[in-house]
Design a binder for this molecule. Structure first.
Ligand SMILES: NC(=O)c1ccc[n+]([C@@H]2O[C@H](COP(=O)([O-])OP(=O)(O)OC[C@H]3O[C@@H](n4cnc5c(N)ncnc54)[C@H](O)[C@@H]3O)[C@@H](O)[C@H]2O)c1
Ligand SMILES: N[C@@H](CCO)C(=O)O
Ligand code: NA
Length: 433
């Protein structure tokens, strides 16, 4: 099981030897025969680059040339594919990727921030140079969701793409639920376990997941990638009480990404939502990712798996490398860059039911005042619960009939004037699946 001896090797230059980079090195070394047999040519690493050459790494790098500068690595004559595994959407990652593309070299990257911020420019640059840029690892790690959308579902008009695409947030939310622990405690636990990005707001602020959604939306709907148009909200305001109360009503809380084409343009949001507890998304526990895609012919498909970690992420990188070794050249976002539609400005969400949690002062007529504000904002109550309490304010939970996000905002703005609502209410959309 090996490639013909005379076959031209595909030579990789790997920039970044952290979790993902070392994972890629290990696969290339462990599966050399398998990769060669499947692609018909040897897949080899010729040169690598990282910040610290002296660092002890869990792989033998002695056979590879070392570069201190990623741009120099990208320009080497013995590198056919530049594999960018450094991270960050500016600096070395951007400069070296551009240098590789300008030199007509194919690029494989795991960098969702880079694609979300500069995807269109990079796609245009790649096409102009006759090169390709592949990024399966950038979205939902080991789940082959980019391939699913670009290849397997290419004959469908996509209706909606949804997903839980940040494992850290799903870990925090499910751990809060199962251990009955508050957000701050579980956040600290996640930090100790090394789950959080160096800047934790990338995770818990929804930014990392928003990058991934913007990339999927571009492919699914044929638009230029537009991260600026993603409505973002993190999980920092979700309390253990919200999780329990949503559970009482048959829901789970997820940091959920949704992209869909509406009459007003492309809607993209990454916000905490309630989903039915019995749905596949509702049953997703821990650090796992799930992407749900709805196409006009295929119906709904559900992809589930590891969104991060050495093995799963390197697996996705190698899938892209193998496409290149086999000579498969696909347009970056599923169609030529010039044909991608201009992004529409952020579009407000379609009507939905909402979960509202407020603390109501225990006074006669308090509930009536809240009901009046909701009524005046055009929000109709579907279900309501008041919880037992020991202090002067009672938690009240309201599920509304379908209403617009604007009506919910109007109601929330009206609550302070009632004099009976304490603190900031929490409003979460209930997503229909
Ligand atoms: N870790 C995961 O599970 C995961 C999952 C999906 C995507 N990604 C993406 O993969 C990429 C790499 O992530 P990671 O977790 O392996 O990161 P890491 O921090 O473990 O490793 C980064 C590597 O890049 C090198 N590097 C950084 N800046 C450099 C520079 N200017 N010049 C040369 N080398 C430089 C560092 O020395 C290090 O070897 C990121 O874009 C990340 O978002 C990671
Ligand atoms: N911080 C990300 C890593 C993978 O992109 C997550 O938690 O899913
Ligand atoms: Na993926």
């Amino acid at each position: 099981m090996s490639a013909p001896a005379q076959a031209t090797p595909l030579r990789l230059g790997i920039a970044g030897l952290g979790t993902v980079g070392i994972g890629v090195v290990k696969i290339v070394q462990r599966h050399a025969d398998l990769l060669a047999a499947r692609s018909g040519r040897p897949v080899v690493i010729t040169a690598v680059c990282a910040r610290d050459r002296t660092k002890n790494r869990d792989a033998d790098l002695s056979g590879y040339a070392w570069e201190t500068d990623a741009v120099a690595l990208a320009g080497r004559d013995d590198v056919d594919v530049f594999v960018e595994l450094m991270g960050g959407h500016e600096g070395a990652a951007r400069h070296a990727t551009e240098a590789a593309l300008r030199a007509g070299k194919n690029v494989v990257t795991a960098n969702k921030a880079l694609l979300a911020h500069h995807g269109q420019e990079l796609a245009e640059m790649a096409e102009a140079a006759g090169a390709v840029i592949r990024f399966e690892a950038a979205v939902a790690g080991g789940i082959p969701v980019i391939k699913a959308l670009t290849e397997g579902l290419a004959g469908n008009q996509i209706r909606r793409v949804m997903g839980v695409m940040n494992g850290t947030c799903n870990y925090i939310l499910t751990r809060m639920e199962t251990a009955g622990l508050p957000y701050d405690t579980v956040f600290e636990e996640a930090r100790q376990l090394g789950y959080l990005e160096a800047d934790p707001n990338l995770d818990v602020g929804g930014i990392d997941a928003g990058h991934k959604l913007a990339i999927l939306a571009a492919i699914a709907f044929g638009t230029r990638v537009s991260f600026e148009a993603v409505k973002l909200e993190g999980i920092g305001r979700i309390s253990i009480d919200d999780i329990r109360r949503a559970g009482d009503m048959g829901y789970k809380i997820k940091l959920l990404g949704v992209a869909q084409m509406t009459g007003r343009g492309l809607e993209q949001r990454m916000t905490p939502c309630l989903v039915p507890a019995s749905s596949p998304l509702g049953q997703l526990h821990g650090g796992t990712n799930m992407v749900v895609i709805e196409g006009d012919s295929v119906g709904q498909i559900v992809l589930r798996g590891a969104g991060a970690g050495e093995g799963p992420t390197a697996s996705a990188v190698m899938g892209d490398v193998m496409d290149l070794a086999r000579g498969l050249k696909l347009p970056t976002f599923g169609m030529p860059a010039a044909q991608l539609a201009a992004p529409t400005p952020a579009v407000t969400s379609a009507p939905a039911s909402y979960y509202l949690r407020l603390h109501l002062l225990d006074k006669p007529g308090a509930l009536a005042k809240v009901a009046t504000v909701l009524g005046e904002a055009g929000v109709s109550i579907s279900r309501m619960r008041q919880y037992g309490h020991d202090d002067s304010a009672a938690p009240v939970l309201i599920v509304t009939h379908k209403t617009t996000p604007e009506a919910i905002s109007l109601a929330i703005a009206g609550f302070p004037a009632t004099g009976v609502v304490e603190g900031e209410p929490v409003a979460l959309r209930i997503e229909e699946l």
